[in-house]
Ligand binder design. Structure first.
Ligand code: MN
Length: 181
C-alpha cells in the first residue's frame, strides 16, 4: 500500500479516526507519504512495518514563542487517540524559548551542542548531549542554546484533551538569559 495523497489516506481510516483529525493533522498527513511493508514472522503470522517518509520542510520557530533563530522538524504528531508530540528543535547560538508551561509536562533529550534550561526561581543549568530533562506539568521554564553554541534537542510531550501542547508567556530577557551562568 502506498498512500500519496489526502483522499487515499482518509479512505484508509475508520469514521471515528476520520472525525478525530483536525485541520492541521490533515494538512500534515497530506504532506507525508506512508509505505506499509508486509512480512511473515516465524509463527507464519502476517506482520506489518510502516515507514512514513518525511517530506515536511523544516519550519522556522515563531517569534511568538522563541527569541533568536530556531528551526523545527516534526518527529511525531498527535493523531486520533495518540497524544504524542515529538519535535526535533534546533537552536542557533543564543536562541531560546520564551517562558512557558506544558499541560502534561515535557521531556527534552539533548542530541547536539550545549544548551541551557531553567525553571522559574531555579538556577540556569547547562545541558549536553545525552542529558534528559523532565519539566513537570504546569512548571514554568525555558530551554535553549548556550550563547556561543548550537543546541539540538528532541522535545517530547503529550497534548491535553483540547490538543494544546504549551501555554506561552514572556520572552526570556537578556538579563535573565545571562543570569548567573
Ligand atoms: Mn518546554
Amino acid at each position: 500500500m502506498h498512500i500519496a495523497n489526502e483522499e487515499r489516506l482518509l479512505e484508509a481510516l475508520t469514521p471515528n479516526e476520520r472525525r478525530a483529525l483536525d485541520g492541521a493533522s490533515r494538512k500534515l498527513l497530506a504532506s507525508l507519504e506512508t509505505e506499509t511493508f508486509t512480512a511473515r514472522d516465524s509463527s507464519d503470522r502476517e506482520v506489518q512495518m510502516e515507514i512514513t517518509r518525511n517530506s515536511v520542510e523544516t519550519k522556522p520557530g515563531s517569534g511568538e514563542w522563541f527569541t533568536g533563530k530556531v528551526y523545527l522538524d516534526a518527529v511525531a504528531a498527535p493523531i486520533g487517540a495518540s497524544r504524542l508530540s515529538a519535535t526535533s528543535v534546533h537552536f542557533t547560538p543564543g536562541a531560546r524559548t520564551h517562558w512557558h508551561t506544558h499541560p502534561n509536562g515535557q521531556t527534552i533529550y539533548v542530541t547536539e551542542g550545549v544548551g541551557l534550561a531553567q525553571c522559574r526561581g531555579g538556577p540556569i543549568e547547562v545541558i549536553r548531549p545525552g542529558d534528559r530533562v523532565f519539566f513537570e506539568p504546569g512548571e514554568e521554564h525555558w530551554h535553549g542554546a548556550s550563547p556561543n553554541r548550537f543546541m539540538t534537542h528532541l522535545a517530547m510531550l503529550e497534548v491535553d484533551d483540547e490538543g494544546n501542547n504549551a501555554t506561552w508567556g514572556d520572552p526570556v530577557t537578556d538579563e535573565e538569559y545571562g543570569g548567573d551562568a
